[in-house]
Design a protein around this ligand. Structure first.
Ligand code: NAP
Length: 297
């Protein structure tokens, strides 16, 4: 398994995350072919020099490294194994890198299907949000064949600052689910502190400034706390997507007899956010659920 010095890269899924990530690959000097279900989202990258394919199979046929960044487990299954999918176009020696957050078991099954065609799947979900995608500062957590991972590492380095090989297929997704437990439960703490400050008469901005240099500092507090204060609930990372991730955590809990009470609670509270019409807002809208519980507007 060897690749050319600037391997041809394919990119499937040009959403909030995928569009800036594909741009970094183009800037890195790789020939790039893109596919997006809604074709209009390819125009910007096409203007910058990317080729546009009509199907995932069409991207796979032109790519040594193929990145996928779509929404959920069934979407990756459809893109890889569905009609006109990646499996129909993939060439032996190619490496598919799925950077979506999906079920670890599905990554293992798709890796096997690709290996049957002489290719590999690396699961490489990310953390760092829309800001990390734009700044190429994502944390990338990878699982799968080690040699295939080393082949794609230089391309991943165009997208992120921390790249960690976590183990065999599915391990990247397991690390990402741990990440989602951490960020969601932390955001609940941030939301509670903000409600407490407001109700008890402390300026929330002063509270963030006062505690951010101490033991309570976190990405959620310094990045999302100010958005909550400004009432900026634009995504970012959508409530619908975090609910998908927490669902994946809770499904894994059920099959492995793990009990995570705080994760279960925050999943219920995000459910309330959806019930109040915030599904397509950013995760800071969790704060609105806590505000309602305490009678704040
Ligand atoms: P998004 O803006 O909703 O984009 C989703 C992309 O997937 C779109 O290009 C969409 O195509 C495509 N897609 C969805 N289902 C598809 C299907 N069945 N077939 C083909 N294409 C399909 O989502 P995002 O925020 O970029 O998130 C993408 C992934 O990254 C998710 O797994 C998410 O959990 C993860 N993630 C997101 C963030 C964040 O802050 N946003 C952070 C870390 C990880 P259309 O344009 O046609 O809809």
């Amino acid at each position: 398994m060897t690749h050319t010095s600037r391997p041809a890269v394919g990119f499937i899924g040009l959403g909030i995350m995928g569009r800036p990530m594909a741009g970094h690959i183009l800037k890195g000097g790789h020939p790039l072919t893109v596919y997006n279900r809604t074709r209009s989202k390819t125009a910007e990258l096409q203007a910058l020099g990317a080729a546009v394919a009509d199907s995932p199979a069409g991207v796979a046929a032109r790519s040594e490294i193929l990145i996928i960044m779509v929404s959920d487990t069934q979407d990756v299954e459809q893109v890889v194994a569905g009609p006109q999918g990646v499996l129909e176009g993939i060439r032996p020696g190619s490496v598919v890198v799925d950077m979506s957050t999906i079920a670890p078991g599905t990554e293992r099954a798709l890796d096997e299907a690709l290996r049957a065609r002489g290719a590999f799947l690396i699961d490489a979900p990310v953390s760092g949000g829309d800001v990390g995608a734009r700044d190429a500062s994502l944390a990338i957590m990878a699982g799968g064949d080690r040699k295939a991972f080393e082949l794609v590492r230089p391309v991943l380095a165009l997208l992120g600052r921390t790249i960690t090989y976590c183990g065999p297929s599915g391990s990247g997704q397991l690390a990402k689910l741990c990440n989602q437990i951490l960020v969601s439960v932390t955001l609940l703490g941030v939301s509670e502190a903000l409600v407490f400050a407001r109700k008890c008469g402390l300026d929330p901005s002063v509270m963030i400034e006062a505690v951010s240099g101490g033991a309570a500092q976190s990405w959620q507090l310094t990045n999302l706390g100010p958005r909550i204060i400004k009432r900026d609930f634009a995504p970012g990372f959508m409530v619908d997507l975090v609910q998908k991730d927490l669902r994946l955590v809770l499904e894994s809990c059920a099959s492995a007899d793990v009990s995570l009470p705080a994760t279960g609670l925050v999943h219920q509270l995000f459910g309330s956010a959806r019930a109040h019409g915030s599904g397509r807002e950013g995760t800071p809208s969790l704060a609105k659920v806590l505000e309602r519980l305490s009678g704040l507007e």
